[in-house]
Design a protein around this ligand. Structure first.
Ligand code: GLC
Length: 479
């Protein structure tokens, strides 16, 4: 479709969006009277901007889901267990003792913190968030609070988080810890979300899981969070909570907040629970049509269909899809947290490593259009609401269109062009005066001819794109 028509068509579509409840509405700023004030309750906007600055500029991070679940790798009792791999204990109703019996088998000598951090960097990722303890309760770090951990309960006897913290410090990227503060399927009293025929009120499947939630929090979760916040040097830069339940009352959550308040540079997400909003919205496995205007947000996604390793999940996203997601998210002011799931030897599945290296090749040339940029200046919708497909919520599914996106910097507007329009590129309106135009991948930055009038700008392009996935047009602007 010639871009001019595309722009015109989109204007028509724009009106339809006014009525659609697209994800990413304005932030809920109702003040909450928390038992312990969090940093978000007390800091000034300038203090928040300073605290979030590195994270906002980073745009791209590596999620790592790695734990005992990489041993069964999606199969239990000879049967393939549906769903995401790190949920196998819940979905297969594995008794606590049987699951804990995996620990002595876990000896991931293929793990190399250096190689994983180097891989993240090669992709252009600026931070890593690794599962320190997932819902299965197994700590991937040296924990004195609970012996069910990789140092005390396995022949590996190494602390991968310590090795990663050291490598991230050496290689200059930030390290965050995912921590399942609420669900813990091997700790008495902790929560379990329902799968299969597990019954309320606990949805537990083994009596060994029964107990008191506050006791779990006081004897395991809070002591382990203390260990994670104090034993790893200048890490973690991020704490990534997950699946809060009704058990996490504001009072109990405030005890965790009091702990985090001792680390004033820490960034944490919106999944603690207990009415605390944290710093970041966390859309999972999707990109909100309009992002979250005025908010910090991070879209986390798997590379295939599982967070934790499954031996038979080979449904890996293409490099094109990954790059489109990264550009789309950046154009809406968000971060992309893309997951890898190492196997039981600690090795990153080759298809995942390969895609990260391919993404890195594009970033080597074009990362200026991603890092530290602001969202698009344009209101051009980036897709349309499906007339047939529905979201789980029943709302019409938003289907993105892939002609172009845009990111913004002082004195520059970047246009990431997916669908090459041929001899010229037209924009209906640009709220800045253009002083020059060139293609970022053209090392000479040869200026392209363009005309800008009140009705928009037309840039003359070479006949072919410089990149098969996305070619970046740079518009130098007066402001
Ligand atoms: C969901 C899953 C969890 C995974 C998380 C990643 O909450 O329960 O297994 O770690 O998504 O965002």
């Amino acid at each position: 479709m010639k871009l001019t028509h595309y722009a015109a068509t989109l204007t028509l579509l724009a009106s339809s969006f006014a009525h659609a409840q697209l994800a990413g509405s304005k932030p809920d700023t109702t003040p909450v009277n928390h038992p312990v004030k969090s940093i978000q309750d007390t800091e000034t906007p300038a203090q928040r901007d300073a605290r979030m600055a590195w994270w906002r500029a980073a745009r791209f991070g590596m999620f790592i889901h790695w734990g005992l679940y990489s041993i069964p790798a999606g199969t239990w009792d000879g049967k393939q267990v549906p769903g995401i791999g790190e949920w196998i204990m819940n979905r297969a109703s594995i008794p606590v003792a049987d699951y804990k019996a995996l620990a002595p088998q876990f000896n991931p000598t293929g793990f190399s913190a250096h190689d994983i951090v180097a891989l993240a960097k090669s992709a252009g990722m600026k931070y890593i968030v690794i599962t320190s303890k997932h819902h299965d309760g197994f700590a991937m770090f040296d924990s004195k609070a609970d012996p069910f951990n990789i140092v005390a309960a396995t022949p590996f006897h190494r602390d991968p988080l310590k090795e990663l913290a050291e490598e991230c410090r050496k290689q200059g990227i930030k390290l965050g810890f995912y921590y399942s503060q609420d669900q813990d399927w091997t700790a008495p009293g902790a929560a379990a979300l329902k799968t299969g025929d597990h019954q309320p009120p606990t949805f537990h499947w083994d009596k060994a899981q029964d107990g008191d939630f506050a006791t779990y929090l006081h004897t395991k979760a809070i002591p382990q969070l203390k260990e994670l916040l104090t034993n790893y040097g200048d890490s973690p830069a991020v704490i990534w909570f997950d699946t809060p339940t009704k058990d996490m009352t504001p009072e109990l959550a405030s005890e965790i907040v009091a702990l985090m308040n001792q680390h004033p540079n820490l960034i944490w997400n919106n999944r603690l629970g207990g009415t605390y909003k944290g710093d970041t919205e966390t859309p999972e496995q999707y990109i909100p049509a309009n992002g979250f205007p005025g908010e910090d947000w991070e879209s986390c996604m798997t590379m295939n269909d599982t967070w934790g390793y499954k031996s038979y999940d080979t449904n890996f996203k293409s490099t094109e899809t990954i790059l489109r997601n990264l550009i789309d998210i950046s154009s809406k002011g968000g971060n992309y947290l893309l997951n890898i799931g190492p196997d039981s030897h600690g090795v990153v599945p080759p298809p995942e490593a390969e895609r990260l290296r391919e993404v890195g090749k594009w970033m080597d040339v074009n990362s200026e259009a991603i890092y530290g940029t602001s969202p698009t200046l344009f209101t051009t919708p980036t897709g349309e609401l499906s007339a047939t497909e529905k979201e789980k919520s029943g709302k019409p599914k938003f289907v993105p269109t892939w002609n172009w996106r845009s990111t913004t910097a002082p004195n520059k507007v970047y246009i990431e062009i997916f669908h090459w329009p041929g001899a010229s590129f037209h924009l209906d309106k640009l709220p800045r005066k253009v002083t020059g135009a060139y293609l970022l991948a053209d090392k000479t930055h040869k200026f392209l001819k363009f005309t800008q009038t009140d009705s928009g700008i037309d840039v003359q392009l070479p006949s072919a794109a410089l990149d098969p996935i996305a070619t970046v047009l740079v518009l130098k602007t007066a402001d």
